[in-house]
Design a binder for this molecule. Structure first.
Ligand code: SF4
Length: 705
């Protein structure tokens, strides 16, 4: 079934070191290792893998040096109590259900790096077993993966390590005509042995539920290793002594190649012995094959490959090829089916159904035996994208095939790449239809900014941003200040070849302003009130933005009092209520009023006082003929010198001073000239005398308003 040409180091055409194509970290292990490396890179201080991350002491020592510790299941609570920030990593083998539940219930920090293939077995067992449906697991009962699988069963569980044990076990499992038992295997179990177990179960039970759960990585690795071993003079299996998949590879290879060696690192490889075999056997053809278990790091494989080449090869020249599968007439139906699966190509657009959403990726059923995997990094361009809010099990999803790995049984997928197409079409449509897109500035780049409109990134040149126009190009700091600004753009140019779009924020603002102006002039009329923002101030008035249209409030219209500058009343940025005093539609000019009758001091005075009323007034000015006193802000009255006191005085300052507050009677109001006469004396003399006084007092000729 394997049609790949492995990595090959050649010296002469007939002597070579061949590395099996699928050697070293499998998909599941690499994924778990990546999780840990990421946690290290993020600076997490207390990282604990629950059990050994991989069965490779050399690699584990390296991790330990980086501060990654191993924690047994029973120690999780103690570690969490000691280090509340501890983060636990569930390794590729998975965990027992109760331990996973404990981590969740206690709300501890953990990353689940259980291999999707193992997770699948958990689901199979949990969904298909029942209190009256037993589960048979073919595998090593002491292996943590098997212990984990066992914990998901809902009925009795039997673990058998081979056909003989299975036969023995089945004596105790009666045939239920309708259901069961459930049969699964450890992912790394030997394929041939499991096939025999399946045959046996099929013969014995009417309706067994059999699931082929050997991971295709293991399956293919074993087939590939067997093929390589059968054509090699020397075969080397790299792996740790505790690694069950490495041990199985050794078992297979040693049955096909008499010079098969097992080693964990380059130090363990008997190069001398291999050299002797090479020398004694060499007659023009010599092949040294290498395969490696799923937990063997790349650098160990590489070192062994090179040292092996140096033993038997002087010059090395590595080549890698990957042939496409070919469907041949001689194939069985299953082989043809498998070969046809492999016809999925990188770049293909496919639809699948989400089968699970983990902490690191989304798994997709593509309707083939291979599992589709979308890493989080390939889900969305939006940095704030929340996976769990957007995807759930059972959803259909369109994706692009990034890499098809038949040997590992996975298809790497990308939703982002799918979105790129979709987004590009959306951008093109927006360009053609002049659609306005909402979004925000996410990045300052050379010469402009990047505007994120939904999933689309659009370049906005500096001159099309909201920065004020200027002769000089905006500085990097100016552009950086725009990051985070929410706004709208119009796509103003498209480069189909480079798939780049150029947008303008300014164009949208300009058009929106134009629309507002049209609406304003259609509805504006004298007397209409608006709320506007003060845009600028000049010596003669304030310019106010009424929402697309600017009007001016003349300085005399800002206050009833005399003011020196508009800034005495308003400042730039103030929101003020104004009304239209005059319009010139042709010249598009508007005169605005700000001061109103309600704020007119004379109106306020009139609403509060009448002749004969007594007011508390403040002396504001002293003249030879009398004193001016403020009655309300903006309205002063005159207290004639004769009305200040009963005695004759030389000048008002003899008895009054500026700033002093006195009680005074309003003796006359000149409505036409807005003048008020006041008298302090009227409050001091008897009433009949006061009447005389009123007659004597001059008629408020010198008062001012
Ligand atoms: S061998 Fe297979 S099941 Fe096991 S971790 Fe690797 S990919 Fe997953």
């Amino acid at each position: 079934m394997m049609n790949a040409t492995p990595n090959t180091l050649k010296r002469k055409s007939n002597s070579r070191v061949v590395l099996a194509e699928n050697s070293g970290f499998c998909f599941g292990v690499r994924r778990a290792v990546d999780v840990v490396e990421k946690l290290i890179a993020e600076g997490n201080e207390h990282i604990y893998t629950v059990g050994e991350l991989i069965h490779n002491p050399t690699y584990l020592k390296r991790l330990e040096k980086k501060g990654v510790n191993i924690c047994e299941e029973t120690d999780i609570e103690a570690v969490a109590n000691k280090y509340p920030d501890a983060v636990f990593v569930i390794r590729a083998h998975g965990l027992k259900k109760e331990i996973s539940d404990f981590l969740s219930e206690r709300k501890l920090r953990f990353v689940d790096a259980t291999c999707p293939f193992v997770k699948k077995i958990h689901n199979i067992v949990s969904e298909n077993s029942a209190p009256d449906i037993p589960t048979i697991i073919i595998g090593d009962k002491n292996h943590p993966e098997v212990e984990g699988i066992k914990s998901y069963a809902r009925g009795e569980v039997f673990i058998c390590s081979d056909e003989n044990e299975l036969e023995e076990t089945c004596r105790n499992i009666p045939n239920d005509e309708k259901n069961g038992p459930v049969l699964v295997s450890q992912t790394t179990f030997k394929l041939k042995k499991f096939e025999n177990c399946q045959k046996f179960i099929k013969k014995l039970y009417t309706n067994p539920k059999i699931f082929g759960t050997i991971c295709s990585v293991t399956e293919n690795r074993q087939i590939e290793a067997g093929k390589l071993a059968s054509t090699s003079d020397v075969m080397l299996v790299l792996g740790a002594a505790k690694s069950s998949n490495s041990k199985k590879l050794y078992e297979i290879c040693s049955s096909l190649c008499k010079h098969t060696y097992f080693a964990e690192t380059a130090e363990d490889v008997p190069f001398d012995e291999i050299g002797k075999i090479f020398s004694s056997n060499f007659c023009g053809n010599f092949t040294a094959g290498i395969t490696a278990g799923a937990s063997t790091p790349d650098d160990i494989i590489e070192e062994v490959k090179i040292r092996m080449a140096n033993e038997i090869v002087i010059n090395s020249d590595a080549t890698t090829e990957n042939e496409n599968p070919v469907i041949k007439d001689t194939m069985t139906f299953e082989e043809m089916l498998n070969a046809s699966y492999r016809s999925i190509r990188a770049g293909e657009r496919v639809q699948g159904v989400i089968t699970s959403v983990t902490q690191t990726e989304v798994h997709v059923d593509l309707g083939i035996k291979h599992t589709g995997i979308i890493p989080y990094s390939e889900l969305s361009f939006d940095p704030s994208f929340k996976v769990e809010e957007n995807f759930k099990v059972g959803d259909k999803i369109d994706v692009v095939v990034v890499k098809f790995n038949d040997a590992e049984g996975i298809v790497s997928l990308s939703k982002k790449r799918m979105d790129v197409d979709k987004n590009w079409n959306e951008l093109k449509e927006a360009y053609e239809n002049a659609t306005v897109l909402d979004g925000k500035v996410v990045e300052a780049v050379r010469g402009g900014v990047i505007f994120q409109a939904g999933p689309n990134r659009v370049f906005v040149p500096a001159s099309h941003t909201t920065l004020p126009r200027s002769e000089n190009a905006p500085s990097e700091e100016d552009l950086a200040k725009l990051v985070g600004e929410v706004g709208r753009i119009k796509v103003i140019d498209i480069n189909e070849q480079r798939r780049r779009a150029v947008g303008s924020m300014r164009a949208v603002i300009r058009e929106e302003r134009k629309a507002l102006q049209t609406k304003f002039w259609e509805t504006a009329e004298v007397g209409k009130t608006y709320s506007g923002v003060v845009k600028s101030l000049t010596a003669y008035g304030a310019f106010v933005d009424l929402g697309g249209v600017d009007g001016m409030v003349h300085i005399t219209e800002l206050s009833w009092k005399h003011i020196k500058h508009p800034s005495d009343v308003v400042k730039v940025g103030d929101t003020i209520d104004v009304f239209v005093k005059a319009l010139d539609v042709e010249k598009k000019r508007i005169s605005l009023g700000y001061k109103t009758e309600e704020t007119n001091p004379w109106t306020i005075f009139k609403s509060k006082y009448a002749v004969e009323d007594v007011a508390e007034v403040k002396i504001v000015n002293l003249m030879p003929f009398g004193a001016f006193a403020e009655i309300v802000p903006g309205v002063d009255g005159l207290i004639h010198i004769s009305q200040i006191c009963e005695q004759k005085i030389q000048k008002p300052a003899d008895v009054l001073s500026v700033g002093e507050t006195v009680s005074a009677k309003i003796t006359a109001i000149d409505e036409e000239n807005k003048k008020v006469s006041l008298s302090i004396k009227a409050l001091l003399v008897p009433e009949e005398a006061a009447e005389e006084v009123a007659e004597e007092a001059p008629a408020a000729e010198e008062t001012e308003a």
